[in-house]
Design a protein around this ligand. Structure first.
Ligand code: KG4
Ligand code: ZN
Length: 357
């Protein structure tokens, strides 16, 4: 089976063709990602209208390139899988309408995919991992701990009540005058800093549910920076190091709750996904937490951890193989909000920030 994936929910225009052998083995035939980082850099974050326009301009060419590299024609495909949410509505409309048009013109069936399901199932695209497993998703748009029980079967254990983790890095970088995206800049400066100089808060420490909150930490960083302004290079490095240390300890403490509560299956696995997983201090901390709790850590290669369309094609394939129909994708409207776990209660304080947090 061969599926074309299309992803336009945030600031990457992406298309990919992924195949699945009868025994379930996946093969990525092409994986094209066009990043809009340069279009948004001057603003220190993603500007939705700029993103939507950039998707309109790029999406046809990106799909053509993905099909070309895979050596596939539309008529060779078993399905077209497209991100229908959650995300920025302008981009979602572009991707979904393009996919509907391709499906209507070619007769190839359309599968609507939840972007978060793409992240959740990526581990099975790169490794032979059985359900259930735990997923930590940390990116510019999402911060969640999810129990992945099966295709279409997810239980959200915790999520952020305000900013996403990558967003906290981006905002910290912005207020310190460091370039966007903030994560890599903060990590680089943190390497030269003193992580004990500033006692930043460890938000929600001790709370039973493994939820997250980062807006108080951001405020503490701002107050510390204002109180010693103008900042020397050493001040900036020390703030970055102390901020990153607060994040590392918070992640370990919050995740620890979920690791302990996870069922005693034969092999306990934690999968980490999202751009923040590139951070070496965070990765090392996750390795330590997993070793202590008897988990295997799976960190897919970064190109598949960050937003891409191979994960959307793969989620479509997993759905088809599992015989999960879903809603009629041709009449489906894009959804800026679309929780993976439909039964999860809204997180207290949620709604202040974007859908994907
Ligand atoms: O998954 P991603 O590429 O896109 C979405 O947000 O969907 O994640 C981007 C986020 C940005 O907020 C960026 O600052 C953060 O991941 N990030 C990092 C690092 N590299 C990227 N955060 C911390 N440390 C890093 N090394
Ligand atoms: Zn994402």
């Amino acid at each position: 089976m061969r599926v074309l994936g299309i992803e336009t929910s945030c600031d990457e225009t992406a298309a990919a063709v992924v195949a699945r052998a009868p025994d379930g083995a996946p093969r990525i035939l092409s994986n094209i990602v066009l990043s809009q980082i340069e279009d948004h850099a001057a603003f220190g974050g993603v500007v939705p209208e700029i993103a939507a326009r950039a998707h309109v301009e790029a999406v046809d060419g990106v799909i053509e390139a993905a099909l070309g590299e895979a050596g596939a024609k539309l008529s060779d495909l078993d399905a077209i899988a497209v991100t229908a949410g959650p995300g920025l509505i302008g981009g979602l409309i572009v991707g979904l309408m393009t996919a509907k048009a391709l499906s209507a013109a070619s007769g190839v069936p359309l599968v609507a995919v939840n972007h978060l399901e793409g992240h959740a199932l990526t581990a099975r695209l790169v490794e032979d991992v059985a359900f259930p497993y735990l997923l930590l998703l940390v990116s510019g748009g999402h911060t969640q701990i999810v129990e992945v029980r099966g295709v279409g079967d997810y239980r959200r254990l915790g999520s952020t009540i305000d900013d996403a983790l990558g967003e906290a890095f981006d905002k910290t970088a912005k207020l310190l005058g460091l370039p966007y995206p903030g994560g890599p800049s903060v990590e680089e400066w943190a390497a030269r800093g003193n992580a004990r100089r500033f006692a930043f808060p460890r938000p929600l420490r001790g709370e039973a549910r493994p939820d997250f909150s980062f807006s108080g930490l951001k405020t503490a960083v701002r107050q510390a920076a204002n109180s010693i302004a103008p900042l020397s290079d050493q001040d900036v490095a020390d703030i970055c190091a102390s901020f990153q240390q607060a994040i590392v300890e918070t992640l370990q403490e919050r995740l620890g709750k979920a690791l302990t509560a996870f069922p005693a299956v034969e092999e306990r696995v934690l999968v980490v996904a999202g751009g923040v997983a590139a951070n070496k201090a965070i990765r090392a901390a996750l390795e330590d937490s997993c070793a202590a709790a008897g988990f295997r850590l799976i960190a897919p290669p970064l190109a598949l951890c960050t937003d891409n369309a191979a994960m959307i094609a793969w989620a479509g394939l997993e759905r088809l193989a599992a015989g999960i129909e879903g809603e009629d994708a041709m009449t489906l409207a894009p959804r800026s909000r679309w929780p993976l776990d439909g039964g999860a209660a809204p997180v207290i304080g949620s709604g202040k920030r974007g859908a994907k947090a």
